[in-house]
Design a protein around this ligand. Structure first.
Ligand code: SF4
Ligand code: SF4
Length: 164
């Protein structure tokens, strides 16, 4: 059986998880790169805040000059695909599943703002409920959200393991 051909750029364009704030909170910009909307971070490095201002369902400058950080990054999923640990269908399914799960989480987080990163919404939710986090009542009331969040974190590791 022959392996289905794939084009990494097409996968990335239809995925966008590197651009919409799912995996990163910013895109790094090097000193010699010029882009509008660059902000300086506390560590004195420069970057574009995510969701990226060039992201509109997919990268709108993909075929122009993108930041080096974008053009050189390859997530763990793509690495697994190129090393034959995953097949194209599996990669596409994983991307589809995580997107569906994100939609569910936005619905489960009370008053979630879809313009903000999902992680920021979840952290704001935790912050608002700080005094109640360890109570049985809180855990029962938000059991679906807490379980879904834990599963989501697990799934995200397939794309980018922040601990490694
Ligand atoms: S998460 Fe992977 S497949 Fe998705 S845009 Fe980033 S590098 Fe591409
Ligand atoms: S410039 Fe394009 S590829 Fe890079 S983060 Fe922004 S939308 Fe994504």
């Amino acid at each position: 059986m022959t392996r289905r051909q794939y084009n990494e750029q097409e996968i990335c364009k239809s995925c966008g998880l590197c651009c919409d704030g799912t995996i990163f909170d910013h895109t790094s910009i090097e000193k010699n790169e010029i882009f509008p909307n660059i902000i300086q971070y506390k560590n004195k490095k420069y970057g574009l805040r995510q969701p990226c201002c060039y992201f509109d369902k997919q990268c709108t400058i993909y075929n122009d000059k993108r930041p080096k950080d974008c053009s050189t990054y390859k997530c763990d999923l793509l690495k697994s695909l190129s090393s034959h640990q995953l097949e194209l269908d599996q990669v596409i399914t994983l991307i589809r599943h995580i997107k569906t799960q994100k939609t569910r989480l936005y619905q489960l987080i009370p008053n979630a703002n879809t313009k903000l990163r999902l992680e920021d919404n979840f952290n704001n939710f935790l912050e608002k409920n700080k005094p109640k986090l360890k109570t049985k009542q809180f855990k029962n009331k938000y059991s679906s959200l807490l379980l879904e969040w834990a599963l989501y974190q697990q799934r995200l590791l397939r794309f980018h393991d922040r601990t490694s």
